[in-house]
Design a protein around this ligand. Structure first.
Ligand SMILES: Nc1ncnc2c1ncn2[C@@H]1O[C@H](COP(=O)(O)OP(=O)(O)OP(=O)(O)O)[C@@H](O)[C@H]1O
Length: 582
């Protein structure tokens, strides 16, 4: 009920269309109720009294109201669809906007397939109810009640006696509603899991093929498909049990009405016209009840689908602008301070697990080049993520130019930090659009300048369509290193005071890496740059190197200072030296 009430709130912006649709529905129902009455008059006042002008007049009246009804139903269908589409539009917009605002913590756990299924199938189920089922239910109810009233006025004994089967019909419907609800809940959930399996399979198809796991994947998918098939069959079984029974009791109503009606006509307690009208009216009782089965289906789907959408929309946004809107980021120069920073992920058990970062103290001057080294999983990427507020610190503060990052206007803060992430994501658009992603208004010269700095300009020029070359969603047509260079150009183009290169040259060969670093020297000038790297060759230009180990800074200093100390840095140096000699 709560879900339905919440869904009804989405109708508010379309109030005038809802009112129009309802009014037309009432008009259509009234016409349906008047038509059998006119038929009764044709028999009783036309045929019985052999009055042809009454017959003609009433037939014309019947035709007239049918024309009006057709027109009303056309308009009603249009306005009803508009109401449904408006609700879908608003829900989809709300969900998409909310997804844009949710933080990394949410996406760490979110399943893409589930989100896609909620955005499409679940919202569609809601639309079917709002834009079709709900109003039809109201229409059915009006027809049902109106028909009984008209019939009782005409001949109450036959009406009440022929309706003796109705309580049974209502009982069947009640039971059906109770059982079909959970089935629809399962079906919606299974559709989400099915889409997730499909999405993961397609995204990971290269791994699937490389490990020859197609057969196993097929089995996994089949299992999900089977589950969905079985639940749908269970639901169909419920329908198969309920609907024919309803049809049977409906038919019985009709039979009783004919039998009793004929009996009453024969006894002279009912006119032939009323008898004929009753045959028509009976459908006004049977039809809404039979339709109610389908309408319950539509309603239950919506009741189970809507909470899946609301769950996303209701997820609290944990990282957002400060309440006062935040400090403008325009003057940021690039001084970065980590002040006793500790960090753990939201789902970590703080009692049992150590923090990902522990009591980090770091002061980076504007324009300084800082290399961050450390073993895999030591917390390098996490440290950097705190600057852009991809996550918020658990303790301490991260300051940029002396201001806590949580006090800046969020978008502005992020635009001041150009990041080349470990994993490059390119959109299915042209190379130009991909490079200009952060600065869509950039000129061709600016884009080419950034591409040159990232050592990718010459390659782009050599492609048949140059900067207009379209790349697929995984950067089809580009190698791993080339993709990384496009991502590098994207960050450079933002002209940020703080630049973060997270293993940004890990996928390029050593010659290209050294060329990129030569070019980057100029780019890095005047910018605070964080270089996360495993290769020492990438960090040799750094002013200072910090070494992380299990979330703590264990070494800090210049190349020379660290080389003179025993520790991770010298070990790494010696290992890489040995490897290059070997
Ligand atoms: N979303 C997450 N939830 C929980 N733990 C996480 C999450 N992301 C990373 N971790 C853990 O946090 C630790 C630090 O990860 P981080 O990515 O910062 O390491 P890193 O030094 O950058 O590693 P690499 O060099 O392999 O990229 C790792 O132990 C990792 O398992």
């Amino acid at each position: 009920m709560k879900v339905l009430l919440r869904l009804m709130k989405y109708l508010r912006p379309s109030t005038k269309w809802v009112v129009l649709s309802l009014s037309l529905l009432i008009l259509g129902t009234l016409i349906d109720l008047i038509a059998p009455w006119l038929l009764k008059e044709v028999f009783d006042n036309g045929i019985a009294k052999k009055n042809t002008s009454v017959i003609l007049g009433l037939t014309l009246a019947l035709a007239g109201i049918q024309v009006i009804k057709s027109f009303a139903m056309f308009l009603q269908g249009r306005s009803q669809e508009l109401v449904g589409q408006n609700v879908v539009f608003t829900l989809r917009k709300q969900m998409y906007e909310h997804l844009q605002k949710l933080s990394f913590s949410y996406y760490d756990k979110a399943k893409t397939g589930q989100l896609m299924s909620r955005m499409t199938g679940d919202i569609e189920a809601v639309k079917n109810f709002i834009g079709f089922g709900a109003l039809n239910m109201v229409g059915g109810l009006l027809t049902f009640i109106g028909t009984i009233i008209f019939m009782v006025i005409m001949q109450w004994q036959v009406t009440l006696l022929s309706m003796s089967t109705i309580p049974l019909l209502v009982f069947i419907l009640f039971r059906f509603n109770k059982k079909v609800g959970p089935a629809w809940g399962q079906i919606r959930e299974q559709m989400g899991r099915l889409t997730t399996t499909l999405q993961e399979n397609i995204s990971g198809i290269r791994v699937v093929k490389a490990f020859a796991r197609e057969q196993a994947e097929q089995v996994k998918f089949e299992k999900r498909n089977d589950e969905n098939f079985d639940t749908n069959m269970e639901r169909a079984k419920l329908e198969a049990k309920a609907f024919p029974m309803m049809g049977f009791y409906g038919g019985l109503t009709f039979l009783i009405m004919i039998w009793l009606g004929a009996y009453y006509v024969a006894k002279g307690q009912m006119t032939l016209g009323t008898f004929m009208a009753f045959q028509w009216y009976t459908w006004g009782i049977i039809w809404p009840l039979n339709m109610l089965g389908w309408q319950i289906n539509i309603m239950q789907q919506a009741i189970k689908a809507a909470p899946r959408v609301f769950e996303v929309v209701d997820t609290p946004i944990d990282i957002s602008d400060p309440a006062n809107g935040g400090i403008a980021s325009a003057p940021i120069k690039g001084n970065v301070t980590f002040e006793h920073v500790s960090f753990h992920f939201a789902d970590q058990d703080q009692e049992k697990e150590e923090g990902i970062l522990q009591d980090i103290l770091l002061d980076v001057r504007e324009g300084e080049i800082i290399a961050v080294l450390g073993a895999t999983g030591s917390g390098k990427s996490s440290l950097i993520a705190l600057m852009s507020r991809f996550y918020d610190v658990s303790e301490g503060r991260v300051l940029i130019d002396g201001v806590d990052v949580r006090d800046y206007e969020l978008d502005g803060l992020r635009r001041k930090i150009g990041i080349v992430p470990q994993e490059t994501f390119l959109f299915s658009a042209s190379i130009r659009e991909n490079i200009a992603y952060g600065v869509p208004e950039a000129t061709q010269e600016q884009i080419e300048w950034a591409a040159t700095k990232a050592q990718i300009h010459t390659y782009i020029e050599s492609m048949p369509f140059g900067y207009d070359t379209l790349i697929g969603e995984r950067g089809v047509g580009l190698s791993g290193g080339q993709r990384q260079r496009v991502a590098l150009a994207r960050a450079i183009l933002m002209d940020p005071p703080i630049l973060v290169l997270d293993e940004a040259t890990a996928s390029v060969d050593t010659a290209t890496e050294s060329a990129i670093h030569e070019e980057l020297l100029e780019v890095m000038k005047g910018r605070t740059t964080f270089i996360i790297a495993q290769r020492l060759s990438s960090v040799k230009r750094a002013d200072r190197i910090i070494v992380l180990d299990q979330g703590k800074v264990v070494q800090q200093g210049t190349h020379k200072e660290l080389f003179e100390q025993d520790g991770f840095f010298r070990n790494l140096f010696e290992m890489q030296e040995a490897a290059s000699v070997g």
